[in-house]
Design a protein around this ligand. Sequence first.
Ligand code: SIN
Length: 579
Amino acid sequence: MVITAKPRVAALLVQNSVLNMLFRMANLFDTRRYLTNFDAVHTSHIVTDCLVIGSGVAGARAAVEAANYCHVILLCKGAFTDSNTSFAQGGIAVAKGDPASFETHFEDTMRVGCGLNDPQAVRTLVEEGPSRIAELIEWGIEFDREAGELAYGLEGGHSVHRIVHAHGDETGRELTRILARRVRGTRRLRVFEHCFLIDLLTDDGRCLGAVTYHEEFGHQLIWAKQTVLATGGCGQIWRESTNPPITTGDGLAAAIRAGAILRDMEMMQFHPTTLYVAGAGRALISEAVRGEGAYLIDREGNRFMLGKHHDAELAPRDVVSRAIHEHLAATHSNCAYLDVRHIPNFATRFPGITRLCADFQIDVHRDLIPVRPSAHYLVGGVEVELNGQSSVDRLFCCGEVASNGVHGANRLASNSLLEGLVFGKIVGESAGRLADGARTVPEIAALSSHIADSLRTPLDIVDVNNSLRSLMTRNVGVVRSGERLTETAEILDFWGHYTLDKTFDSPSGWELQNKLTVAKACAASALARTESIGVHFRSDADSHGSASLYHTQIARDFAEAQRVTKPPPFVKGGSRGVN
Ligand code: SIN
């Protein structure tokens, strides 16, 4: 090849390509290790054996279990009851206990998950499920019954009725009530409410606890022999989400900063039917409503799911969400409608939804319910083994924050509460046993963080938040493309330069930094997965429906999201689904 460029131009070209290379090789998360300033000399210390962070179903169940082995602190961001779990409506999916029921629950979970699931994790979920439900009944939960027997509901993606529920559509509230009672009555288990997780403390690749913030007590260092992260998902990074305001991805972002590997972060599941009324938030209209026979119609009254899938309204969630998204675009509409007017006893079966609609002048016996898809459940998360161990020593995870392989590329409806119960127990036992160090105290390190605020100008946190949520909804929503994802990554980098370098001294600033970090992980992972599978749909993919099976992974010191080939294909009827 003849080089024709003049020496200076050639030098510039070389310089540019070196810069490009360096740029490409820079870490994806060039953020500081800790969000806040602290030092081990001037901060209050608390010690425990096992620290569980998050009071949803997984955290509460893990804490109760761990307390069988050691002293436990359960950290709650708000009050104990302020978790995503309390908002669950549909119920808890569970096999009835006979071999055929295990097999169909296993198959439905694998099919909806597009085979990206870990068959062993799914087996554990379905086979341990009935014992966890029996345990809840023993603890006093009031599940709905018909003629004395448990009443089982149906939701999308399920081939049979297998969803137990409480007070109609208030399963989450009843489950939280029972777990709260159990937690409060458990010896050696202390509950710290209104305690914000700022960061996980690490030293030499081991997790040693957490630095936290309490409005009254300020910063605290909680040292623990084992730490369990059960902080839930990150729905609040999208403008439309069923998740409560506390769901800002704090645990996910803290795990990234602590060096953990996160997996399949592009997999956000959108719930097809959330209430689309200004001022109502995006309250869930449970899938169980379609399970009881509700129709999904457009403004002309057409049941548009009929031509889209043989299960029509009860197709898996990703299919229904995409169908609504496409139909709204094609018909230039803002929302679809649920028609429940023909369902007898609707108000008795779904008292919460009936009340919610009435609050907005919607009479379910007479009116249609306007709905749209919203961000609902993070299928990806911190990569963990079956016992919940993450890639960081002494850090375990369970529930929505974890990616243990149960959900594959799409979560089967109502499998998440069951997952929290089953894996909460397993993880609590693993962490509790390891932390059971009799009279030994946890390791304490001379850790400190001193950071200078590189941005003196006040930042309009609400404005960055709104911009972030709009960007994610527009570009990392139900349908994605390489072009839009690249644009998103660039915008997030730009906002990150001045927002992530700022030093905040209260939760709203830390939450914003966490949201930006997690959004970046989602966008980068979505960019790396160029094919469509499950909840991740790329309009620019070469093919849909025959994607090869791999996971995406992301971590603090990766240059970009990477793919790792994975799991053995699911074989229907195989002993563990592995051939
Ligand atoms: C619903 O009731 O539709 C939500 C249940 C779930 O997300 O599993």
